[in-house]
Ligand binder design. Structure first.
Ligand code: MGD
Ligand code: SF4
Length: 750
């Protein structure tokens, strides 16, 4: 019988309001009911779940593992009693957590115990998007997928299958699909997120800022946050260091159209006109170079192209930048001098989500890279440190078959992209160019919200011959799938070894704390079973994840049992900054920091950053800005009841004076209507002095519509991604600039 998406009955946290105090003191009582629905304990997981050391407080166990609520991958320790997880804390031995977690990490239990969890494989029985499925056995689901993959391989070649992915667990599926013969791997975390930054830094320094970003904030004397809202954008270690920096009285300069939480800690808040940051950065370069305040010996020793950059920024005076940015010229000059005075312990934060305005994005990130270079902060204490990393042996399997280049780009497009472009693979599914992509395997990414221009995503989906979604919950993308595969959560499974690159590098282990919910299965098991059904057994010679991990550890000269007990093994200490003996080397062609890019020039792009003024909002419209909140990471947290009850981030920020002029009061419900007539769900207004009058701001990841997300669907808020009907693509690397959309405000009748 056909029915809507299945949910785990009675497994949820319930809907009772949660105070901060209750959140912090979550204990056995709260979770006992939640675990009542745990069943189907597979023998290998039962054994694995028994890892850990005795917890003297409860007589239960402490199991160390890795968080996956965001990509930062802090070390966690779970307090476990039987097969119940009582509490998550930061691992005291993992350098990314230092014994602490961010609110989302501590609230990770809400993901494992989500009452809407998928607990059975599902096969579609209605039209795509109808969210009508029947529950089937794993054998039937995997047999169906393997049959289709085989058919697609014969009909179009293996490259017709693409993997869209987000999260560490995707590595098993990457391995499977590389063995199958495709290179079409599109992660929205590149062309919709950090792509421009990574390309700009890689071109300049020969390596990108990494993930986690290798910033020595704890030792810096001056920190500039330019569109990075640390504290709302919550990356545990960075926020810990940021708190130390603020407590020490470090010079903090925050550039943001919104008075963010970070701005409230700053000595100077620069409420910049949105989209004009490159003008400010060029003016800072103009002052620092023009007044001879740059790090002369560092520039001479390590950079190329300085004279050409110095010449190029001569015309970008603070007075010129003032007209563009709306900031006071003298303040621009003074902040430049303060930034230079603290060098080399002076950091212009590279940010992360950098796909803002298309053609401006690589230039803006390049200007940030150049500023850091002329300050000499790359490689110095208080700047960008250079972690030693840890080399791990690969598990020996045959070489992958040679795959066709990804279908994400047509000749001449985005020549400097470092990873395939997710929206390009989507395009190939619509027009078949350069070749047709007919099968999608979607792992851990809700493409309906993470890819802009939703109409294009829906068009592509209708052209597919196979759509598989592997997720924990029935997010919007699952509603379009032919097959939905329920994965065990990060608290219930093993994943591959996780190298840690930090001040103290090493390796960390994800291992199960509790058994998988219902009939959900770990990714390694799903990938291996598919591999066996596709005749790829040579690529999966191991019998289970534990034997795979043991062998990799052995080949890497690591003691697996110690790793399983500690959760983290340190690499031998190595210097990470010049002050401690690091010799600076760069991975560029010239082996130096390339301030002027001949490679860009030859390809027809500007070799030195230039400023392009963004379009102003049309009369009656506001620029749509979006961001993060401390308890929210896109789809990973939106259905998490523990986090949802913790704080409200579902309002749209509107300047108080503008609101008054429009006759709108704080708390009033409105709809946002974008330039193409797309209307949001009703959303409450936060009327505040803390934002400029030409823009509005909302937190990304609200406004869910999937039937199976019973919590997220009835939470307030609207979906910013639905309003992103236009993008401007960065021609250098294919990033989709998304802050080019404007919204008008329509009152909703009470
Ligand atoms: P998430 O929303 O974190 O990432 O967007 P996505 O890639 O979609 O997670 C998506 C899905 O992963 C959820 O359905 C969740 O349930 C599932 N999931 C969580 N854990 C697991 C797991 O262990 N296994 C499996 N199989 N699934 C899991 C993020 C992307 O969106 C990024 S990185 C950025 S920076 C961009 N941000 C952004 C924006 O700010 N605004 C707009 N409009 N678009 C954006 N797109 C990009
Ligand atoms: Fe988990 Fe928070 Fe660390 Fe991200 S920053 S990995 S959510 S604890």
């Amino acid at each position: 019988m056909a029915h809507g998406i299945m949910v785990a009955k009675g497994a949820g946290m319930g809907d009772s309001p949660l105070t901060r105090r209750r959140f912090l003191s979550l204990g056995a009582g709260t979770l006992a009911a939640a675990t009542a629905a745990r069943y189907f304990l597979a023998p290998h997981e039962a054994k694995a779940a028994a890892h850990g050391t005795i917890d003297p407080a409860t007589d239960g166990k402490i199991v160390r593992s890795i968080c996956e609520v965001c990509f930062w991958k802090c070390g966690i320790q779970g307090h476990v009693q039987g097969d119940k997880l009582l509490k998550l804390q930061g691992s005291p031995v993992h350098p990314l957590s230092n014994g602490k977690l961010c609110p989302r990490g501590a609230g990770g239990l809400g993901q494992a115990y989500d009452g809407d969890r998928l607990v059975k494989p599902l096969l579609r029985v209605g039209p795509r998007g109808s969210e009508e499925f029947k529950a089937v056995s794993w054998d039937e689901a995997l047999g169906f997928i393997a049959g289709k993959l085989d058919e697609l391989r014969k009909k179009y070649g293996p490259e017709t299958v693409a993997l869209f992915n987000h999260g560490a667990g995707a590595s098993w599926f990457k391995h499977l699909l590389q063995a199958y013969g495709t290179a079409n791997f599109g992660a929205p975390s590149f062309a919709q997120c950090r792509g421009p930054r990574d390309v700009a830094f890689d071109a300049t320094f020969g390596s990108d800022p990494g993930s986690p970003e290798v910033l020595d904030i704890g030792n810096s004397d001056c920190l500039v946050l330019i569109g990075s809202h640390l504290g709302e954008n919550m990356h545990n270690t960075q926020v810990q260091e940021f708190a130390e920096f603020v407590a020490r009285g470090g010079d903090l300069i925050v550039v943001d159209p919104r008075f963010s939480t970070a701005a409230s800690k700053a000595y100077t808040w620069l409420p910049i006109r949105p989209g004009t940051d490159t003008a400010l950065l060029l003016a800072w370069l103009n002052v620092i170079i023009g007044e001879g305040r740059y790090n002369r010996s560092y520039v001479e020793a390590y950079t190329t192209g300085f004279d050409k950059v110095a010449e190029a920024v001569k015309s970008y005076t603070p007075e010129w930048a003032s007209a563009e940015t709306g900031l006071d010229a003298e303040t621009i000059r003074n902040t430049a001098r303060r930034i230079a005075a603290a060098a080399p312990a002076s950091l212009i934060h590279p940010g992360r989500h950098s796909t803002w305005y298309g053609p401006d994005d690589v230039h803006r990130s390049r200007a940030i890279a150049i500023l850091n270079a002329v300050l000499g902060s790359w490689g110095h204490r208080g700047g960008f440190f250079r972690p030693a990393g840890m080399k791990l042996a690969k598990y020996p399997t045959p070489p992958y078959p040679k795959a066709k280049p990804p279908a994400d780009r047509l000749p001449g497009e985005a020549p400097f992209a470092l990873e395939p472009l997710a929206q390009g693979i989507r395009r190939a599914s619509i027009d078949g160019k350069p070749y047709p992509v007919k099968g999608w395997f979607v792992y851990g990414t809700n493409l309906i919200q993470s890819l802009p221009e939703r109409a294009e995503t829906l068009k592509a989906i209708q052209e597919l011959e196979l759509l598989v979604v592997c997720d924990l919950i029935p997010a919007e993308i699952a509603g379009y799938a032919d097959v939905v595969l329920p994965e065990a959560s990060y608290l219930e499974r093993y994943d591959d070894l996780q190298p840690v690159s930090w001040h103290q590098s090493g390796v960390a282990l994800r291992q199960p704390m509790i058994p998988p919910l219902g009939d959900s299965k770990p990714g390694w098991w799903i990938a291996r079973e598919l591999g066996l059904r596709l005749g790829l057994e040579a690529f999966f010679p191991w019998k289970d994840a534990e034997s795979y991990l043991r062998e990799r550890c052995k080949l890497s000269n690591l003691d697996y049992d110690t790793l399983a007990r500690e959760g983290f093994l340190p690499a031998p200490a190595k210097p990470t900054v010049v002050e401690d003996g690091l010799a600076l080397t760069f991975g560029t062609e010239s082996k130096k920091i390339e301030l002027y890019l001949d490679r860009f020039e030859k390809a027809g792009f500007d070799p030195v950053p230039v400023y392009r003024r963004p379009n102003a909002p049309p009369p009656g419209y506001f620029r749509l800005l979006y961001g993060r909140a401390a308890s929210q990471t896109f789809g990973r947290t939106s259905n998490n009841r523990l986090l949802g009850e913790l704080s409200r981030n579902d309002r749209v920020w509107l300047n108080a004076k503008v609101a008054a002029d429009l006759g709108i009061v704080d708390g009033q419900r409105v709809k946002l209507v974008n330039q193409d007539g797309v209307e949001s769900a009703p959303i409450e207004v936060k009327a505040t002095e803390r934002i400029r009058g030409d823009c509005v701001f909302m937190v990304h990841g609200y406004g869910h519509t999937a039937k199976g997300l019973t919590y997220a669907r009835k939470r307030g808020g609207a979906d910013d991604a639905g309003l992103v009907t236009r993008v401007v693509v960065d021609p250098v690397m294919g990033g989709t600039g998304m802050r080019v959309n404007f919204v008008a405000i329509k009152k909703v009748e009470r």
